[in-house]
Design a protein. Sequence first.
Length: 404
Amino acid sequence: MVLGLPTALLAVVSTLLFSPLAVHAADLESVLAGQANLTTFRGLVKNHTDIFASLPKGVTVAAPNDNAFKKLGNWETYNESTIAATLKYHILKQTIDMPSIAKGDSIWASTTLTDEAFSSVTDGQRLILTKQPGGEVVFTSGFATRGTVLVEDLAFDNGLVQVIDSVMRVPETLESTARSAYTDLTAFVGALYATDLMSEIAKLKDVTIFAPRNAAFQQLAGTLAAMDTEKLKRVLRYHIVPGQLSHVWEFKNASSLASADGDDSKLTITRHTNFIYINSAEIIQADILIANGLVHMIDNILDPEQADARPDVSLTTAQAPVFTPVGETATGTDVPTPFATALPCTASCPVVQATGTAAPKGAGGGDGQGASSSNAGGALPRCTGLAGAGLGIGLAVGAVMVGL
Ligand SMILES: *[C@@H]1O[C@H](CO)[C@@H](O)[C@H](O)[C@H]1NC(C)=O
Ligand SMILES: *[C@@H]1O[C@H](CO)[C@@H](O)[C@H](O)[C@H]1NC(C)=O
Ligand SMILES: *[C@@H]1O[C@H](CO)[C@@H](O)[C@H](O)[C@H]1NC(C)=O
Ligand SMILES: *[C@@H]1O[C@H](CO)[C@@H](O)[C@H](O)[C@H]1NC(C)=O
């Protein structure tokens, strides 16, 4: 008798610890109903039986709380197809319990979002789960939208529910991601338009793109202006790895990737302490999710004719460009951004006449933030509205991943 009670307690404790899935599994609706502040998501689950009534076994449902929908602000404007895609993007094809993720590690999880209109990534569009040094798990989605897990590992019949504090955004095209979230990629996107490569890139599946930030283009404005279009096309294609989703934590030192520039065209990874380089350019923001793959932002433009360029890992300052700079090399938001005028205008992006050329100012743009091109000079009609939307997105995930 005296020994019996502790033994029984131990049995209960070990059941809770070691087999969370075996404890009180229940249907999704009743598990959601048992939580405060999930009214909107519960309503969506009820309204979309096509998605939720026949879930396969072994999934993880990311359930945004009511405040997450409020924070999003424009959920009411989502149409039915976007709502359905967003819900499918909240269902991971694996059961992932939060304690199983090691601190500092990331999981690249496939979701049930496979609709061609929203994703051209094999096996379903991805979410990234990262366990922060403090132990909390952060989900990362398109447009750098992140959500922290508030309630972990609620068991239901088909797997686990994780309550999160943001609605995950379905990744969009490179162009829309550059316009709305990562404005530091607008020169690269403009260059793809200027060379008629945009439609080619947009059609690729499972693509990995190394996209130089705006400052890299500003620094080489004169060099790029003097480059003929065929060479510029080769240079841009060299930044594209088709048919291979490569995230940063899979990169091995001295491994190579095949670029779209041609059969023998290789890009080489160097890892040194917390830094990751592609040829001699540093990856400054990793794993930006887009509809057809992912983007790693880099600090310099790569040259297919200098594929053997390697970083000087002893440098404490930025790596030098592989191209020889000609003329003006200033960077920053007050400096015209090459190719900004090549971005087509959209309905939300009225054509305006630019007023004069902003005076070049000292080097900046080293913070990885969007160097908005709204100050770019020149006489051509150009888009406005590229600034602003993406401000405030941090580099936290990149920092965590690069810091592996
Ligand atoms: C639910 O939301 C209310 C209002 O935001 C908050 O005060 C409360 O703590 C939340 N409850 C839970 C369990 O998160
Ligand atoms: C569910 O559908 C009903 C009826 O169309 C609608 O009034 C309600 O707003 C929907 N709930 C959610 C959360 O979308
Ligand atoms: C739904 O909204 C998305 C994004 O705003 C848009 O691209 C799509 O064309 C819309 N679909 C329908 C059927 O209206
Ligand atoms: C990475 O590879 C390069 C080239 O092979 C080598 O010189 C370097 O020592 C390697 N670094 C590490 C950390 O293994």
